[in-house]
Design a protein around this ligand. Structure first.
Ligand SMILES: N[C@@H](CCC(=O)N[C@@H](CS)C(=O)NCC(=O)O)C(=O)O
Length: 261
């Protein structure tokens, strides 16, 4: 049963508040001057799963002793609308964290989309990605998979299970079904390997862990791990715990995000 009569044409009710500051309009909403530190990389982000991916990569590069990968990390408070400021929008016109500037090239380079930032850094430093064509293709399979799959978990399951103002069976069922299917997929994939791409830890693990690893570890959306029977995905849970033990990953989760105001 629905109490919503779908109109012929949707109109934006500007007076209707929503907790997420959503509007059907892209572009910047106010003038903003973002701080810039001395490091070659300036990362404007937040400790959400998409933000954690990039902090993990920088901390892994540090752990591996790679020169030239220093970064300044700034907090874009998405609850306060920082992502709609003019400076941030000039780095990421899509107004989503994370967004990064690389000042180490002849001309500054802007990079947005978390997985594109991982790829950019992996290629630039020749780290955490295989060199053979076949293995690189498999890596890309999982990176693209993550980009397409996680919105069903975050924007679908997580939103309706934890954040929506009313609990509704239809969307919770629909997105739980898909989330559990994805967890089962990863569990089967990890049955005979330690890492997503096989024997070597790679940016595929960094992309997937903050969503699916943290979900089965019980770190996302309240009691979601219980609701999803996360303990049944034992290969996935073992992988999640393996990654979670890495010093760089622990540092990334504890990273300090500097204020921008
Ligand atoms: N596909 C994007 C998704 C980024 C994204 O959804 N970021 C969220 C936080 S995890 C955000 O900035 N939300 C703010 C908003 O939607 O206004 C990526 O992987 O970078």
């Amino acid at each position: 049963m629905s109490d919503y009569n779908v109109p012929e044409v949707w109109e934006w009710d500007k007076d209707e508040s929503n907790a997420f500051g959503n509007q059907p309009i892209a572009g910047s909403r106010f003038k903003q001057s973002l701080p810039k530190g001395d490091a070659p990389f300036q990362l404007y982000s937040l400790g959400t799963p998409n933000g954690q991916k990039v902090a993990m990569m920088f901390e892994e590069l540090k752990e591996a002793g790679i020169d030239g990968a220093d970064y300044d990390l700034y907090k874009i408070h998405i609850g306060e609308g920082d992502q709609f400021g003019s400076d941030f929008v000039s780095i990421n016109p899509n107004s989503k964290i994370p967004a990064m500037m690389d000042y180490s090239e002849d001309e500054p380079v802007r990079v947005f989309e978390s997985v594109n930032i991982l790829l950019y850094l992996a290629e630039k430093f020749g780290q955490f990605m295989p060199t053979s064509w076949a293995e690189k293709t498999e890596l890309l399979n999982w990176l693209f998979w993550q980009t397409g799959a996680a919105p069903y978990v975050g924007g679908g399951f997580g939103h309706f299970y934890a954040y929506a103002p009313t609990k509704q069976e239809y969307p919770i069922n629909r997105f739980t079904m898909e989330t559990k299917r994805q967890l089962d997929l990863l569990d089967r994939h990890l049955a005979d390997k330690d890492y997503i791409n096989g024997d070597a830890y790679s940016i595929a693990d960094m992309a997937i862990w903050p969503w699916y690893g943290r979900l089965v570890q019980g770190a996302l959306y309240g009691d979601a791990a219980t609701f999803l029977k996360a303990e049944e995905y034992s290969n996935l849970k073992a992988w999640a715990d393996r990654i979670g033990e890495r010093p760089a990953v622990k540092r990334a989760l504890d990273a300090e995000y500097k204020d921008i105001k």
